[in-house]
Ligand binder design. Sequence first.
Ligand code: NDP
Length: 462
Amino acid sequence: MTEFDFDLFVIGGGSGGVRAARLAAGLGKKVAIAEEFRFGGTCVIRGCVPKKLFVYASQFAEHFEDSHGFGWSVGETSFDWPTLIANKDREIDRLEGLYKRGLENAGAEIIASRAELTGPHSVLIKATGVTVTAKHILIAVGGRPNPHASLPGHELCISSNEAFHLDALPKAIVIAGGGYIAVEFANIFHGLGVETTLIYRGKEIMSRFDMDMRRGLHAAMEEKGIRILCHEVFSKIERGPDGRLLAHTSNGKALVADQVMLALGRDPNTEGLGLDKAGVETGHKGEILIDDYSRTNVESIYAVGDVTDRVQLTPVAIHEAMCLIDTLYHDRPTSPDHDLIATAVFSQPEIGTIGLSEDEASKRFDELEIYRAEFRPMKATLSGRNEKSIMKIVVNAEDRKVVGVHILGHEAGELAQILGIVLKAGCTKDDFDRTMAVHPTASEELVTMYQPSYRVKGGERV
Ligand code: NDP
């Protein structure tokens, strides 16, 4: 043991912090991990996990409708919001317990308190007022919803945090934003029977995705009955005399809703963390600046996950934490690999994507081959649902390497995981072509598009 109380002190019990603490403790290091709210972080407590449970809940209305075409008659149905919340909370409690037990079993000390830096090697535990020292400190405090403080009436709005605990399901909701959280929740609320409006400042929702995915999802959401307003922002939110909310927009509309939700990105959670006392540098959004090995400008302090604002995804935070353990304790300096990250949007239909969009690829390569299929999924033939799936492969014509695959449709997230391996392995379109189709599936389209739908040369479609 050194002159420090701990080898590693982790601030933040989310995906990145818990993984680092558990692995370090498992290696026999003396580790403490402090969390001010609940272990599991955004992902488990108020993010990915409860969101996915809500997505499942919201899909039943369509399942009931679709069943008629297959000969089923479904009796009267009803939905009970408090039941969903209670069951979801029970599952989240179970998962939080697993996270804590994993830490305990590995031998980490769990501290249920906010912790703040007081120096390069010291941390104040707020609940007890005790200051402890550590050879290394890892900051993994994540992020929080952008509150849009400049919007008059922003305090009347909810974020995704509150959406998981509403006392009652609103009759109508307006959601601002065109990213992951906005579209996922718009579909969730709509599926649960809520009159849903999405308002987005840009030309088309999902700005970082391939244009076919953006347009296809927009059309599919409108087809379901979700109202989407583009090129529009809130100008003011106020409460009307009847207690409902009025969301005024830049185009002069006044939208009436029971809840207004802001999903305008997430900010690093660095306020009041004592970074100044330790001398840790931050960027313009408050994100912690790190080098290729997740080390801050202070030699003893590291940071991983959303607080560094690299890629705000759970598996990325976990990967960064695992690289850090290699760097610190296995004498193997390892830089996180942020290239080719597959991702899924749990909209309805889902988006699964990996690699470059057509637009991004056309800026990087002289000539592209684009393979694109748009088709009606087999289930829709009997259900009668008017829906389309889109699959798109972006290929660098020079070496035939597949540089992007984008899918809109059922289970697109599941497919993205497998395609992640395929693109990481550097597969070419020829590898796709010599792979036998699995029939009848939707994904057989991926290996049966033999001729390019079109080519892109010098940024222009030819
Ligand atoms: P996103 O970055 O996905 O989207 C933010 C949206 O808000 C964008 O449409 C952006 O517009 C818009 N916006 C930002 N500021 C303003 C403003 N001042 N006025 C109007 N519009 C604004 O963030 P989310 O909050 O949806 O999600 C946060 C992160 O969480 C995501 O980046 C993602 O990494 C992660 N996440 C991942 C999920 C998954 O893997 N399935 C699910 C949920 C979240 P513009 O596009 O024009 O910039």
